[in-house]
Design a protein around this ligand. Sequence first.
Ligand SMILES: [Fe+2]
Length: 273
Amino acid sequence: MNPPSFIDLHSHLAPGVDDGSASVEESLTCLAALRAEGVGALVTTPHLLLPHLATDSDIDAQLDFHRQAFDELAEAASGRRDLPAIGLGQEIWAPDAAQIRRVVRRTDVGLGRGRFLLVEFGFDLKGTHEDVVRAVLDAGRGIVVAHPERYRYRPGVPPLEQMRRWRELGALLQVNAGSFNGHYRNQNSAAEGLAWGMVEAGMVDLVSTDHHGIRRMGVSLREAFEALAGRGEQELAERVLARAPGQVVRADLVAGDSEVVSSPGAVGSSRSP
Ligand SMILES: [Fe+2]
């Protein structure tokens, strides 16, 4: 089996801004390891915790903080052929439509400045959160739901049915690479089974690392590729680890220059790129 060049759309490798990588050196170490296992391009997505940011100027300050950390990393990575190309995005915590509407029209928010937003609803779901999906799509953006296999669903709500509903509305579902081999077993015993259940149901759109730096290693796109291919899902693996994320960012990702050509319509017109 010959893996394609992977594209990772979810990681916490902007140094010193969240619970991910703590320093430029740590980020460079992680990026080199990712490149060695076949990652060609990566968008790092620091947490943007909207419920903790009271005002628009708090959001501005947080995005500036992310940008400065990313620029510092990009400068250190410049010219290094042993690293993936890098871009900047956010993992946006938005439990309801009112929260996501605070950022949904900002051009400085999105995966690699493209049209897609990476959104998480919170680990303990409080409702269907379908209003968040609608608010993003109504604004003409695309939405990637981060790691739905890791959420704790409300009693009586079958997780795969809720996921199907988000997807029918137009969301893409992003599974964490580590879920396929039980990386989150200690936090959520259901995540592994749900990840494979999503494979069986045809509901995996993207697989990303959600890499949090050297203190939380053990997430590998290569291992996810091999796990999927080992169960006869090589075509799916190539799509969700390489082709689909490539279409989401339509990337000209260059270290030090995260300007990405967004592709209105190209991905949004087909939820299964
Ligand atoms: Fe994350």
